[in-house]
Design a binder for this molecule. Sequence first.
Ligand code: TYM
Length: 330
Amino acid sequence: MNPRVLSGIQPTSDSFHIGNHLGALQNWVSMQSEFECFYFIADLHAITVEQDPAQLNQRTLLAYAQLVALGVDPKKSVLFVQSQVPEHAQLMWVMSCITGIGEANRMTQFKDKAAKGGSSSASVGLLTYPILQAADILLYQADAVPVGEDQRQHLELTRDLATRFNGRFGDTFTLPKPHIVKATAKIQDLQDPTAKMSKSSPSGCINLLDPLKTTEKKIKSAVTDSDSVVAFDPANKAGVSNLLTILSAYTGNTVDELVDSFAGRMYGDLKKETAGAVLAFAEPFQTTVNELLSDKAQLQRDMNIGAEQAREVASQTLAAVYAKIGFNAS
Ligand code: TYM
């Protein structure tokens, strides 16, 4: 049997951004040929912060369409919506009972998100979010989890919890490894290239579904530096290096080849070529997404099939877990 892969993405925006795409989703697509893949839209995670119900519903559909348009093929992979597979929440409860409060408190994403919203208003769900993520992964006995750098700590917690459970109750879970591709593991914000690109900073974030003119404008106003030499040096030339990383990812040229090609040329040329490469990807992507969204009933049917396939695997793991911890099976 092929090794298993699992990953998820939150439906918390009207578009995936190129950090999602280059850091994680392009690897989801390429891993389909070698692995048995389970990919899902993490709508349970999306309600850890306040959300609008109609918008969540719409964004979930949109996330599904975007994943298919990027090349996640529901015939090759199991593609599903998390809330349609109740085993995620069920296993999460079990895992939360072997997680220390201090352990959950140490998660840096929780600290960041709680600080942004004011820590007194942070929900218990936001605190326990990484335990749900561990349950997501362990349910499918995943060997590898393709994600960006920001998810590394959650993967470490997942491994710790799996090891603890296996130690207490006997071998049950596969220990998953993060699959993080260094070159694109952290795409930076265009306006503050020392920070990770994220939807919370709209002017520094390139959304795949943004109007093409907006994307072009954002790239052309990307922050660079007062030097004028195009060189790859993330520590000292974060903005230029980020643009080179993006250009390399969307053209297939290596960063070294690109640096050579920009010898004696200006930052304006780098921005122009980067914008051209991103738009060449975004334009046909947008067309495919719109085509898929024109038949929402079909998308919903495909989602239902994905959920059934996921449940076949998830229910087996949950049954094994319940038996191990001593719940009376029927
Ligand atoms: P999410 O929805 O925030 O992001 C989806 C994926 O995109 C990656 N990513 C980036 N990669 C590189 N550069 C960036 N600037 C950048 N921004 C985001 C993320 O690392 C992620 O891989 N907790 C997860 C969702 C999740 C999950 C899981 C992932 C829930 N359960 C189980 C893996 C396995 C999250 O919020 O990702």
